[in-house]
Structures are given as structure tokens and as C-alpha cells.
Ligand binder design. Structure first.
Ligand code: F3S
Length: 399
């Protein structure tokens, strides 16, 4: 890989340990993937924030970088293993909280914005069309590439951090025009009537398109929350973190519709629901907000919970960014949700909190949430916000 003299200086250690280590990571990655050079990035999103996933070795690595450097570009964080302010209410142990706070402290010393959300685009880390970034949360990577038209590979936590310290990333993969061409036309003939249908659609396209870039037609209407749900699902279940949706995403009209065609029918959505839903009736955890809830979703949850109570033996978590929660506080949604017995899970989510073995069953709107919760030994049900709130209030899946 060709380096400029300034990049060589960074690799030689003239800007300190954190930058040298970061350059070593970026150069190694660039050489593996055949990048010719590094390109500047406008922002970074770092995943790998939960102490649950990092452990002591990860914490030590972060401390070594934090001791000797600051990030060069706007850098935000993915969800952590707990609500940073309200962890006791979510049943997190003091031992875990202490370690998680040490992780956050390391990121803070690096100059990273402690946003702890997988929807950085809703809280100010919003790249422009065509802008190069280095993001490492799969749903957000897919959203950035597809809905925003920005350019990012699906970075790992260390390579995203390295890009933040250097302000650059290796120029390969989805940064290059030739790797952003759709390979398969997906004609959607199914009606999509509720949020979870977008998770089911992501499952169906992910499975059928495998590692191809889909060019999707047949979508009549879609909103922001549905797109973020689809992004999370399609990349979890198979496809590359980039799709085009005719009439919806930028750049779709400029692409040629691929010859190879797949169709998605109502029966494909049913197959998706059948695969995602387990045989379970009693619901111990209802988690809404995967990806993190927007303020609109929080308002819908609050409206549905007005005058109701979460069933005994069931917990309702609303996972969101602290920024959205602060808006919810001001609008009175927080008070309504908490009066019903619901809990906010800011800064965290069901996949990265240490939940293994704590709940036996989950109801959620999210196909991605179901995928990861099964790894936490939960049986899963996926449905609309209404169906999930009903499960929270009755303690049962009634649909
Ligand atoms: Fe976000 Fe966690 Fe879902 S990171 S996309 S809420 S699994």
C-alpha cells in the first residue's frame, strides 16, 4: 500500500503509540484486502463497547490507546453492556458496572462521544451522500451505505478505532464504485403492514440474496423506522451491508437493474416469521428498540401503554439512545412508560447486555433482536409494537 510521507511518519511512531498502533492495523488490513492507499473519513462509529464482549484483555487494549492519543474525527459509540445511569434497575451487577464504567472512561479519554447507540445517524453522526466513513455496527453500516449513500465497510471494533485515531481507512471494498454495483434484482410482491414485516423481509432477502447486493423493487411506502429495522435484519440474515431500493434510496435510479431476479411473496414472509418465532407463550422480557427506538417509536409505545400495567413476571425494556430518552422526558413519554412499569434501557440493548440465562423468552419487533437473543438462550417471538406491548401487559404472546 502506498503511504504519504505524513502517513509514514504516523507509522514510524512520531505521533505516539496510539497512532502508530492504529496505522499498523490499517496497513495490515489494507494489505490483506489489496487497498492501494488510505482515504480520509468524515466520521467513525465504534462497536465493541460492552464489557461483556471485551473482557479484561479488551479493556487493557483500550487503556493502552487512551493513555496516548485522541481521535481525529467525530467518533461515536455503539451500545454498552448496561444503561450507564440506571444500571441497577436493569439488574446489572455492581462488578459488571465497575468494569463497564472503566471501558467508558477509556473511550472518554480518547475524545470519543459517549453516545452508546446503534442509531448514530439519529443523534448527529450523519454522513453525507458519498462521504467515506468507518462504521462498525452492522445495522448502521447498512443504513449508512444504503439509506444515506455514504461509503463504509463493515469495520471491526479495532479497525474502526484505528480509523478514528488516524482519520483515514484503507480504500477497498464498499469505498470503491466497482464494489457497489447491485448483483440481484429483488421484486417484492408481499404487502408490508407492520414494523416486524420489515424484519421478516430482511430475513427473506438476506437468505435468498446471500452475499449479493440487492436491487429491490415493488416497495410502495416505507418510513425511517421501517428502514432501520430492515437494515438490521437484511445484514444479520445474509446480504452485504448495501442495498438499493427503487424510489427510496439515493443512487438507485443510477444503477442498472440486474438480470438475475428473485421474488418475495407473502409466503416468504410467513417462512421468515415461522423461522424466527419459537413455540412459546409465556413472555418474560419484551424489548423494543432494535435498532434503538426513535422518538416516534417511543411516542407510539407511550400511547399504547397509557393507563395500562406491565404484567407481574414480565419486564418491558425500551432500548434507545440517551438523546432520544431526553426528548421523551420532555414530551412526557417517559413518565407514561414508567408509570405502566416499563423501563428505559438507554445506552444498551438485549444483545450486548449480560442477559444469558436471565430470561427464558422474549417478544420484540426485531428480527435481529431474535437472532442474538437466541444466543442468550431465549425463545423468541417477533411482532408489531402493538403485539409486543400486549405481550408486556398480559405476560403472554396472544397472536
Ligand atoms: Fe442495535 Fe443491539 Fe439491535 S446494537 S441493532 S439494538 S442488537
Amino acid at each position: 500500500m502506498e503511504l504519504t510521507s505524513q502517513e509514514q511518519t504516523m507509522l514510524d511512531g512520531k505521533e505516539g503509540y496510539a497512532v502508530r498502533k492504529s496505522m499498523e492495523i490499517l496497513v495490515a488490513l489494507g494489505e490483506i484486502f489489496g487497498a492501494k492507499n488510505l482515504i480520509g473519513v468524515g466520521g467513525v462509529q465504534v462497536a465493541g463497547v460492552s464489557y461483556h464482549n471485551l473482557g479484561d484483555a479488551g479493556l487493557e487494549f483500550l487503556n493502552s490507546l487512551a493513555a496516548d492519543g485522541k481521535v481525529k474525527v467525530l467518533t461515536t459509540l455503539n451500545p454498552a453492556g448496561m444503561d450507564l445511569e440506571n444500571w441497577q434497575q436493569l439488574g446489572i451487577s455492581p462488578e459488571f458496572a465497575e468494569k463497564q464504567n472503566m471501558v467508558i472512561d477509556a473511550f472518554q479519554r480518547m475524545g470519543i462521544v459517549i453516545s452508546c447507540t446503534c442509531t448514530p445517524y439519529l443523534i448527529g453522526n450523519l454522513p453525507l451522500y458519498g462521504e467515506h466513513v468507518a462504521w462498525s455496527e452492522s445495522s448502521a453500516v447498512t443504513f449508512a451505505n444504503s439509506v444515506l449513500g455514504a461509503r463504509t465497510n463493515r469495520e471491526g471494533g479495532p479497525s474502526a478505532l484505528a480509523a478514528a485515531f488516524v482519520g483515514k481507512t484503507p480504500n477497498y471494498g464498499l469505498h470503491l464504485d466497482e464494489n457497489r454495483v447491485p448483483d440481484v434484482h429483488v421484486q417484492v410482491n408481499a404487502e408490508l403492514t407492520k414494523l416486524s414485516d420489515w424484519g421478516a423481509l430482511g430475513y427473506a432477502i438476506g437468505k435468498k440474496a446471500e452475499n449479493k447486493i440487492p436491487y429491490i423493487t415493488g416497495i410502495k411506502t416505507v418510513d425511517l423506522d421501517e428502514l432501520k429495522s430492515f437494515c438490521a435484519s437484511v445484514v444479520t440474515y445474509g446480504a452485504k451491508p448495501l442495498f438499493y431500493m427503487k424510489g427510496v434510496t439515493p443512487g438507485a435510479e443510477a444503477q442498472k437493474q440486474p438480470q438475475e431476479t428473485l421474488t418475495i411473496e407473502e409466503s416468504d414472509l410467513k417462512i421468515a416469521y415461522d423461522a424466527i418465532n419459537d413455540d412459546v407463550t409465556n413472555i418474560e422480557l419484551v424489548c423494543l428498540g432494535c435498532p434503538h427506538c426513535s422518538i416516534k417509536e417511543i411516542s407510539e409505545i407511550a400511547t399504547l401503554l397509557e393507563g395500562k400495567k406491565v404484567a407481574e413476571g414480565t419486564e418491558l425494556w425500551v432500548a434507545t439512545s440517551r438523546t432520544a430518552k431526553q426528548l421523551a422526558d420532555k414530551r412526557g413519554y417517559t413518565a407514561t412508560i414508567e408509570a405502566a412499569g416499563g423501563k428505559f434501557a438507554c445506552d444498551t440493548c438485549m444483545a450486548v447486555a449480560p442477559l444469558k440465562g436471565r430470561f427464558k423468552s422474549l417478544a420484540t419487533t426485531s428480527a435481529k433482536g431474535c437472532f442474538y437473543s437466541r444466543q442468550n438462550l431465549m425463545k423468541t417471538k417477533m411482532g408489531s409494537i402493538e403485539e409486543c406491548v400486549d405481550a408486556a401487559v398480559t405476560g403472554q404472546w396472544n397472536n
